[in-house]
Ligand binder design. Structure first.
Ligand SMILES: *Cc1c(COP(=O)(O)O)cnc(C)c1O
Length: 399
């Protein structure tokens, strides 16, 4: 998103074939949801992920909505989802009348705490003929929706094992993690179905856009059907279900094709930025960067730091304001879903880690075209803030 800050959090990069492909679209008059770039974007995206099927959607939220519907989430079902996340996946569960059960973040990875999922299933659920049900409520536990926040995967091996044992569908929210890997396997190819977003600040962007990826041909064809108004005939206006107008327009798919060509450069840039922050901000008392688990290769979507207010001498919001006054845009993480107005009545498994990360963490400027000089300004601004509080504290002692 363009921003008033001199150094914004994350802005799109459009330096490849975007103009050429969009011009093709305009000249061919293929603008809306039928058109060659939609098919091409889907095919190239699927090939890039190494998965059989990809279905382009108007945005990532629509992708989540349809993905949950086609895997069979029904009103009243329980879906386990990350508590510390952008709100979209939790909203999508609610669109279907299902019940999100919010899972706290793990303190080391900041991602869904798989141990909490295990404790809930073992402690509260049982297997029946009709699937897994919660003993106390009789509700069916249908799916788990791990969200890969900030580009880093969830620890999927134990989660997939639980899903197999308890017969749960796994819907990956890989919207922030295009290009990430878990034990060598691409994020978005680990569960039954996965969702991506191409919003303005995501790893690649089409302005607005999304993708559903799945190895399952039946899920893919249902998703394609539902996202195109559930048309039952190519000519006649006859429909066989309540569908949605969720298909990505061709002109945006043209942007997507160009953006995808630049994905590898972008991942290199994002990692270089993360590494540079790690070096530049090392050794500051009370400040630590989000780390990468040994089994993960993060897409490094946004680099984030955690501020221990007592040790750093200033809390995250004070640092945020200091950086803003230097023209630098940082941003807190999301209010945990168990505190959000629309979802605060949902049950939460834990929640304390999500609360602490919400209080302490800030994302730092991470645009792929962030120059080393601009990044050094960010690092210098953090170090200046630190020095200011340290010398103020020393003054205080002398006085
Ligand atoms: C961006 C995002 C989405 C939604 O994508 P839109 O394209 O904005 O609808 C969903 N989940 C997460 C975690 C996101 O960051």
């Amino acid at each position: 998103m363009p921003s008033d800050h001199t150094i914004p959090l994350s802005v799109p990069v459009l330096t490849g074939n975007e103009w050429t492909y969009v011009k093709d679209c305009l000249e061919s008059k293929w603008l809306s949801s039928a058109g060659p770039f939609v098919d091409r974007f889907e095919a190239e995206f699927a090939a890039r992920l190494g998965i059989d099927h990809a279905v382009a959607t108007v945005n990532g939220t629509a992708a989540l909505h349809v993905a949950l519907q086609v895997v069979g989430v029904r009103p009243g079902d329980v879906v386990l989802v990350s508590d510390l996340t952008f709100i979209a996946p939790v909203n999508a569960i609610r669109y279907l009348g299902a019940e999100p059960v919010l899972v706290d973040a793990a303190p080391d990875t900041w991602q869904m705490d798989v141990d909490r999922v295990a404790a809930y299933l073992d402690g509260c659920c049982e297997r029946t003929q009709g699937g897994t049900v919660e003993r106390a409520t009789g509700r069916r536990v249908k799916a788990v929706l791990p969200v890969y926040i900030l580009g880093h995967p969830v620890d999927m091996e134990p989660l997939l094992a639980l899903a197999r044992t308890w017969d749960l569908v796994v819907v990956e929210d890989a919207t922030e993690a295009l290009g990430a890997r878990y034990r060598g396997r691409p994020a978005g190819t680990l569960g039954h179905i996965a969702c991506f977003s191409f919003n303005g600040n995501k790893v690649i962007t089409t302005g607005g856009g999304g993708m559903i990826a799945t190895p399952d041909p039946a899920l893919a064809s249902q998703a394609r059907h539902l996202t195109t108004q559930a048309k039952a005939d190519p000519v006649e206006y006859v429909h066989d279900a309540v569908g949605y107008n969720y298909r990505l327009p061709n002109v945006l798919a043209a942007l997507g094709c160009a953006q995808l060509e630049d994905l590898d450069n972008r991942l290199v840039a994002k990692r270089r930025i993360a590494d540079h922050y790690a070096k530049g901000l090392a050794g500051i008392d009370g400040l630590s960067l989000m780390t990468e688990a040994p089994w993960a290769e993060s897409a490094c979507w946004l680099s984030a730091v955690r501020v221990d207010g007592d040790r750093f001498g200033m809390d995250s919001r004070a640092l945020l304001a200091r950086l803003a006054s230097d023209g630098i845009q940082a941003r807190p993480l999301w209010e945990p879903m168990h505190r959000s107005v629309p979802h605060r009545s949902c049950r939460v498994l834990g929640g304390g880690t999500a609360d602490r990360l919400f209080a302490d963490a800030l994302s730092l400027p991470s645009s792929p075209d962030l120059t080393p000089d601009a990044q050094d300004q960010v690092i210098a601004a953090v170090r200046t803030a630190e020095n200011t509080v340290r010398s103020a504290a020393a003054e205080g002692l002398r006085a």
